[in-house]
Design a binder for this molecule. Structure first.
Ligand code: FAD
Length: 272
């Protein structure tokens, strides 16, 4: 429960963070520390240097930008959950943020940390997949946009380069036809399985939490809906292409059953 030795440096700008990342091969950014520090205590992560970006206030915002909403990577879950712009323009993001952990976690953890950590059990990644959000990363060669659909590459791995900082997440406005369902045993628990559904072109886009090594899209269900299937029969394909974990909270078989039930309920809510 004691992390390996590390150096600590606090930076005052994104450029400074990029420079420090570029000159320290196994450095890690520290945002809220609510995923990284537990991993370090278990020695699953052993960065030699922690680069603290947690006080970069200019990366903490929610702004309307035409038909999209831009969210700074260092925006705390609480500020995402209570943002008026998100509540009225993209309520699924605010709703998912309000379900993360407990108030203490929500006041310290950041949306950028949730996304960059690439945890398949995280709530926000599957919501961003269903929304087809865009991640904005800045590195030594400037800024680039990464679609959410290509962002989560493997277990705790993302398309971010080691010397890039995730600066912003852009979500489309989506006010009608959405559902976010998180099945957990106690109010503060992580999702056993989570489902995010966004109505789209007569069908729906569906993101799944905790059903594989990465957050996933329920492509079988999406295909069935665009072929004219009703929500109940489309939901029967919810576990296609998934590889859910078996752990102390539920078996693979249980999660496969659960995801079909949750997808059906989410579709009924989103398509109503
Ligand atoms: P950190 O822990 O600081 O960083 C996580 C990783 O992302 C690190 O590798 C770091 O280097 C990298 N990183 C951070 N910011 C950036 C950036 N801007 N650019 C590039 N890389 C970056 N999450 C849920 O989704 N649902 C839950 O129900 C939930 N419950 C929780 C309960 C507890 C008790 C705790 C401790 C955590 C819980 N979490 C949950 C996780 C929480 O949401 C974390 O805040 C989040 O996963 C990570 O955000 P952070 O700001 O703390 O990131």
């Amino acid at each position: 429960m004691i992390p390996a030795a590390f150096d600590y440096v606090r930076v005052e700008s994104v450029d400074d963070a990029i420079a420090k990342l570029s000159s320290n091969e196994d450095a890690k950014l520290l945002a809220g520390g609510h995923s990284l520090l537990p991993a370090m205590k278990l020695r699953l992560a052993r960065p030699s240097v922690l680069i603290d970006i947690g006080r970069l206030q200019d990366l903490s915002y929610v702004r309307e930008d035409g038909d999209r909403i831009a969210i700074g990577a260092l925006t705390r879950h609480h500020d995402v959950a209570t943002s008026e712009a998100l509540r009225s323009g993209c309520p699924i993001v605010a709703d998912a943020a309000s379900s993360i952990g407990d108030p203490q976690v929500r006041h310290v953890g950041t949306i950028g940390g949730s996304v960059a950590h690439g945890d398949p059990a995280g709530d926000m990644p599957s919501v961003l997949l269903a929304l087809e959000a865009t991640m904005v990363a800045r590195g030594p060669n400037g800024e680039r946009e990464i679609p959410a659909t290509g962002f989560f590459t493997s277990l705790f791995e993302t398309a971010l380069e080691p010397n890039e900082v995730l600066t912003e997440i852009r979500v489309p406005k989506a006010t009608e036809g959405w559902s976010f369902l998180k099945f957990r045993r106690r109010a503060i628990d992580w999702a056993l399985v989570g489902v995010a559904a966004i109505r789209s072109n007569g069908g729906a886009r569906i993101g799944l939490t905790n059903m594989g090594l990465t957050p996933l899209r329920a492509t079988g269900v999406e295909e069935a809906l665009s072929g004219g299937a009703d929500p109940a029969s489309a939901a029967e394909r919810a576990d296609e292409g998934t590889a859910p974990p078996s752990d102390a909270f539920g078996s693979d078989e249980y999660r496969r059953h659960l995801v079909k039930v949750l997808v059906r309920r989410a579709l009924e809510e989103a398509m109503a």
